[in-house]
Design a protein around this ligand. Structure first.
Ligand code: DUC
Ligand code: ZN
Ligand code: ZN
Length: 468
């Protein structure tokens, strides 16, 4: 099976070149011009940009959380991802307390295997960092799971203490594994939550107060200090605060191996969204929550000065109204008090075109930097490169044929995510994926879905995580 994509402008992190792409058996076989078209399917991509498929390094599909389960599974989430230009993602498998890391990964592999339509991999979230758990790390690496996450938040649920954090990151580094951290101070959140609730402060906006900027910044500063103490590399997930960005910047200037991720919602949304009449603010409740205008500005700066390496989503959707038939319970669990609202927002379908519209069309970043943030850097940091994350001979043919002129209005009624609202409802963006392929198979052709459950593959990752 051979395909030629011709007449498009191929944009990678390093180059922008008019060249044709020859694909054979799902792999990019050659780049150049004037390929023989005999026996090939030919896609004329005149007027479009050919980009590496997006890699979302931070998602939570079908995740049990907040008394329910996130509403996208490995089929619906993958279909939505593909329509939005994402061809691979790394989801978080959770360790159950008292159980092994291996079983956590096994459980998530089961969830994915018959449903997956795009390629995927897993990080393991360490929630019970006992001696046995830490000793299990080398075995996990052998399974191709080369990154782990710890939480400094969610006291009594996922939170680990500083000793466990340092021990885990040290052991991970010794085994070529990258540690990731959800950096918010869980003790401070628990205390603030108690105080706010005792004062009868139950409106949605108080979620922002319980997860205020200083609570995130303290944890990020602490995490960066631990990099200095242990010398182990660290990737800080979903940075939402200006002082958090600054802590990473300072660490990097000292030469510490610390990297930062932000999520698309933090570029567009502020805490005003939680402060709306009635229950509307619940749609925006996630942790960390979006912060102030000045934090948003600082995150944009972090993207342009390369303090931040990746753009993710933390995709973790919950129905706004989960009471309808066939739905899992959703945000309505928190009617009456913000602390009962399941934490998480949708975004897997929106990330790639929203960043293009907001950052490339406006001239804030180049198309090459866009590719870096959405695909190449996640691939390099998490050991997927050069199989994924670029358009090069020998790479998987994970390709987005992107129409830079196409206008698209984002609406829950037309999006593919399995959730009844969209954070960007009514926003019109310019630039939208026209065709999307994974390993040479066309999954999206305009509005048509050609993907199949079971086509997506688990990707075992290498330990050569690059420190960018
Ligand atoms: N934050 C969220 O909002 N949802 C999932 C997990 C997390 O850390
Ligand atoms: Zn998190
Ligand atoms: Zn997350």
């Amino acid at each position: 099976m051979k395909t030629i994509i011709k007449n498009g402008k191929v944009i990678t992190a390093g180059d922008t070149i008019f060249q044709d792409i020859l694909i054979e058996d799902g792999i990019i076989k050659a780049l150049g011009k004037n390929f023989s078209e005999e026996g090939c399917e030919v896609i004329d991509a005149e007027g479009t940009y050919i980009l590496p498929g997006g890699i979302d390094p931070h998602t939570h599909l079908e995740m049990p959380f907040g008394g329910t389960v996130s509403s996208d599974d490995f089929y619906t989430g993958h279909k939505a991802a593909a329509f939005g230009g994402t061809t691979c993602h790394i989801d978080f498998a959770l360790q159950t307390k008292g159980d092994s890391l291996t079983n956590g990964i096994r459980t998530w592999k089961e969830k994915a295997k018959d449903k997956a339509a795009i390629d995927y991999s897993f990080h393991i979230a360490v929630t019970d960092p006992t001696e046995e758990t830490i000793e299990e790390i080398p075995a996990i690496v052998k399974e191709g799971v080369t990154s782990l996450k710890v939480f400094l938040a969610y006291k009594g649920v996922f939170q680990v203490d500083d000793t466990a954090f340092m021990q885990t990151m040290t052991k991970a580094a010794e085994n070529g594994m990258l540690t990731m951290v959800h950096a918010e101070n869980g003790d401070a959140i628990a205390l603030k939550t108690k105080e706010l609730l005792e004062e009868g402060k139950t409106d949605m906006k108080y979620h922002s107060e319980a997860h205020c900027e200083a609570i995130e910044a303290e944890a990020i500063n602490r995490a960066v200090s631990f990099v200095e103490i242990t010398k182990a590399p660290l990737y800080i997930v979903h940075i939402a605060s200006g002082n958090g960005v600054e802590a990473v910047r300072k660490g990097r200037r000292k030469g510490l191996p610390v990297m930062g991720e932000t999520c698309i919602q933090y570029l567009y949304i502020t805490d005003d969204a939680l402060d709306q009449p009635g229950f509307e603010g619940a749609k925006y409740i996630c942790s960390p929550p979006p912060k102030k205008e000045e934090d948003k500005k600082a995150i944009w700066e972090g993207l342009t000065d390369k303090t931040i390496q990746t753009m993710a989503t933390d995709h973790c959707p919950f129905w706004f109204d989960g009471t309808k038939e066939g739905r899992t319970p959703g945000k309505e669990l928190g009617k009456g008090s913000w602390d009962k609202v399941p934490n998480g927002v949708p975004g897997i379908e929106d990330r790639y075109p929203l960043l293009w519209d907001g950052a490339v069309n406006t001239g804030i970043i180049t198309p090459n930097r866009f590719v870096e943030l959405t695909s190449t850097n996640p691939a390099k940091i998490f050991g997927l490169y050069p199989k994924k994350g670029t358009i090069a001979v020998g790479s998987d043919a994970d390709i987005v044929i992107f129409d830079p002129e196409k206008k698209h209005t984002i609406e829950a009624s037309t999006h593919h995510m399995n959730v009844d609202y969209n954070l960007y409802e009514g926003m019109t963006v310019t630039g939208w994926p026209q065709k999307v392929m994974v390993r040479g198979k066309l999954l999206v052709d305009g509005d048509d879905w050609l993907g199949e459950a079971g086509f997506g593959e688990f990707v075992a990752r290498k330990t050569e995580n690059e420190i960018l």
